[in-house]
Structure formats: structure tokens, C-alpha cells
Design a protein around this ligand. Structure first.
Ligand code: FAD
Length: 377
């Protein structure tokens, strides 16, 4: 099989890149050993319990414009947001089941100092544009002695469903959900290979050869696993393990994402996601008692009502020391590239990063210096 691009890794980076390439009329083949599960349930708890979870499949998928600690807009937020929204909306139109959920973020002030801080900062025009009316539903069941502030340009993407739908397109497997909407595969079937790509067996010359596949380029989207790879040695990854709970809170509903040091995301039917921890030492995907205790401590400070934990998951985020993405070409091979370093903001950043990388590979456009891997060469 001949393809334009061979992708290693089908987390958010590989998925968004595959969709972007296909939209540009390019053919792709993607390798990933991750469990392939039906997207028929938007938040498939059984599937989430399976082994080989990646960071993208357990992520809450949220995006919002403001750093809560500093009350400053996130790095390049407007640029990323302008690309991400139409990207997810278009996939949703083609695929059927909802992926993108727009809802405000309500940030609860932790003390009087933070409340005062906001009284000054909240008048600055670059922050004012994100302020939205306070949520109407559920705040009476939330502890907020110092009140809070609500921001628009916020919401969440169901990352697990996004990945599964893209795998279905690549394998040519229509599910009951996407058949209803006139689903069609984007390219011939069997372009998702449910295996690990073995670097030792890659042949890289003017083309890339692997098993029966010949590709013009290879892009590594292996998340945290790219920490050690032969084509981009010594990149300053600073991976961070994250833990997240799924909760049932039957008596509670809200029309926003709540933040008080943890976030609480309403995903429907009385089910919520609560995350996340940050740990740079124990880099594994085992949920820990410490992680659970930290999350529930914040939850108990947030909710006046009881909740039931129905799931607890962990994975490692591909974070970089300077907190910027890793985009670009290998020093040793002209046809080997990387899309990585999505850190804590994969949902927001991935669509623009994938587009920039495609323009770099196919149109020869330079990458922004603060994203280009070359900053470490
Ligand atoms: C608890 C938690 C909550 C989070 N919440 C959010 C959130 O709310 N919003 C947000 O934007 N981000 C969130 N994130 C971060 C987000 O998950 C990451 O930014 C993003 O998912 C990283 O995507 P990735 O594709 O680079 O890596 P991954 O998701 O780790 O995917 C890498 C993939 O590469 C595959 N792979 C590795 N080696 C090989 C190989 N040799 N061959 C083939 N495949 C290989 C792996 O199997 C894996 O599927 C969260 C992360 C965690 C852990």
C-alpha cells in the first residue's frame, strides 16, 4: 500500500493530524496498539477500564481561555481557538454524534485575596472579552464563599469518541451512530493498523518503508513514548502523570464547567468528570490512593451534596519543559517529523499544530519558532 504519510500514534495528535491530512486530500496509514473500542457510547466506561489507555482517551477534553492562578489568557489562545472550533464542528457534522460541547467555565475564587485581585484585573480589556454571565443552574449546591467569575470561549471535546470515529473512518467500519448520518469512509479501508510501530524495522530512504507500506513521510505522534526515539534524541520532555475521576451526582445539574483547583465537567445523565492531578515523578498509568485523596479533597470543598465515584483513571501527559509544543523535522532524516508536546492543552492546540505541520511538510512553510523542535537543536 502506498500512502502520503505514515503516522505512529493515534492519540489526539495522531487523530487530528490524520483528519487534517485527509481533509487536504492526502492518504494516511496510522499505527497504534491502543484498544479499539466502539464509540457508540460517548463516554464508554467499560472501554476506559481496558489496558493500554493513552492520555487522550482519558482526558476531560476541556479548553478555556484563562489561567485561573494568574488570571491571564493562555498562550496564543485566540489563534488556537479560531482553528479548533471549526475543526471539531466539521468533524461532528460529518460523523454525527456530538463531540464539541460549548459551555462556560465558572472559576471559584479561593480566598478574599484572589477575589480582590480579580476586581482589578477583570477591568482589563484583554480579559473582559472572555467574561460571560454567571451560570444559572446548580450554584446553590456549590460552596463558593468568595464567589467567582464565568468565562466564555470554553467547553469540552469528547476525545475518546473523536479517536474512535477517526479509527472507524480509517478501517472502513460504519457504526450504528454514523450510519444514520450517511457516514462514508474517507479513503480505502485498513489504514488503521492496531499495532505498535517498531522503529527497528523501519526503512528510511527517500521513501519510508514498513511492512507492506510505502510512505513519503513519517510523523511521530507517540505522546509520552516519544521521550525516547531514535530520530529526535534528547528532547526536553517533562511528562506529567494525571489522574481523573468519573462521578455520579444524580441530584446535581449545572450549565457550566466548575473550577476550584479541580474541574467538574457535566457530561450528561448525572455523570461528571473531575480532574486532574499533576505528578512528574511516578510516570505510569496506575490510579493512586494519593491522587484520589487529592481530587476528593477539592471536590469536598466544592460540592455541598454527596457524589459516587464510578471510575478512576490515570495516564501520562506529553509535557515539555518550556510548556510549548514539539513540531518539526528530524535532524537526521528529511522525511521524518514529529507532532507532540500537547501537554495540558491538546484539545485546544492540536488542530492548529496539525495544520502548521502539514503546511511545513507539503508547502515548505516555516514553523513558528516557539513551536519548532529546532529551538532545541
Ligand atoms: C487526567 C488527564 C486529563 C486531561 N485533561 C485534559 C483536558 O481537559 N484538556 C486537554 O486539552 N488536555 C487534557 N489532557 C492532556 C491531553 O490528554 C494531552 O494533551 C493529549 O491527549 C496528548 O495527545 P498525544 O496524542 O500527544 O498523546 P497520547 O494521548 O499519549 O497518545 C499517544 C499514542 O501513541 C501511541 N504509541 C506510542 N508508541 C507507539 C508506537 N511505537 N507505535 C504506535 N503507536 C505508539 C500510544 O499507544 C498512544 O495511543 C489530560 C491528560 C490527562 C492525563
Amino acid at each position: 500500500m502506498k500512502v502520503d504519510v505514515l503516522i505512529s500514534g493515534m492519540g489526539l495528535a495522531g487523530t487530528v493530524l490524520a483528519e487534517t491530512l485527509i481533509q487536504r486530500g492526502k492518504s494516511v496509514a496510522v499505527f497504534d496498539p491502543c484498544s479499539h473500542v466502539s464509540p457508540s457510547l460517548p463516554n464508554n466506561l467499560e472501554a476506559q477500564r481496558e489496558e493500554k489507555l493513552n492520555s487522550s482517551r482519558i482526558a476531560a477534553g476541556i479548553f478555556n481561555p484563562i489561567n485561573q492562578k494568574r488570571f491571564a489568557p493562555h498562550w496564543k489562545f485566540d489563534e488556537f481557538y479560531a482553528k479548533a472550533m471549526p475543526f471539531y464542528q466539521n468533524i461532528e457534522i460529518e460523523s454525527g454524534p456530538p463531540l464539541l460541547h460549548l459551555l462556560p467555565s465558572y472559576h471559584i475564587f479561593k480566598d478574599a485575596g484572589q477575589q480582590n485581585d480579580w476586581l482589578t484585573k477583570g477591568c482589563e480589556p484583554h480579559l473582559m472579552k472572555y467574561i460571560s454571565p454567571n451560570p444559572k443552574i446548580g450554584l446553590e449546591l456549590v460552596k463558593q464563599p468568595f464567589e467567582g467569575v464565568s468565562f466564555n470561549a470554553s467547553g469540552f471535546v469528547n476525545t475518546q469518541a473523536l479517536i474512535e470515529q477517526t479509527i472507524d473512518r480509517l478501517t472502513g467500519t460504519p457504526t450504528s451512530n454514523n450510519m444514520v448520518t450517511g457516514w462514508r469512509p474517507r479513503q480505502p479501508a485498513n489504514h488503521f493498523i492496531n499495532e505498535k510501530l517498531d522503529f527497528a524495522k523501519l526503512e528510511i530512504n527517500t521513501t519510508i518503508n514498513y511492512q507492506n507500506i510505502e510512505a513519503e513521510s513519517l510523523v511521530l505522534c507517540n505522546g509520552f513514548a516519544d521521550w525516547q526515539n531514535p530520530y529526535f534524541p534528547s528532547l526536553p520532555f517533562y511528562p506529567s502523570k494525571g489522574e481523573i475521576l468519573t462521578l455520579e451526582i444524580p441530584d446535581f445539574s449545572t450549565d457550566c464547567i466548575l473550577h476550584n483547583g479541580v474541574y467538574l465537567v457535566p457530561i450528561g445523565n448525572g455523570v461528571f468528570r473531575c480532574g486532574a492531578t499533576y505528578n512528574h515523578i511516578n510516570l505510569n498509568d496506575a490510579p493512586s490512593e494519593e491522587g484520589k485523596a487529592w481530587l476528593t479533597k477539592h471536590l469536598n470543598n466544592l460540592l455541598k451534596i454527596p457524589y459516587k465515584i464510578i471510575n478512576h483513571l490515570a495516564a501520562v501527559r506529553p509535557t515539555v519543559k518550556d510548556r510549548r509544543p514539539l513540531l518539526g523535522k528530524s535532524l537526521t532524516h528529511n522525511n521524518v517529523f514529529m507532532l507532540n508536546g500537547l501537554g495540558t492543552k491538546g484539545v485546544l492546540m492540536a488542530p492548529l499544530l496539525a495544520d502548521l505541520l502539514c503546511s511545513h511538510i507539503f508547502d515548505g512553510l516555516p514553523l513558528p519558532k516557539d513551536m519548532d523542535i529546532a529551538r532545541f537543536y
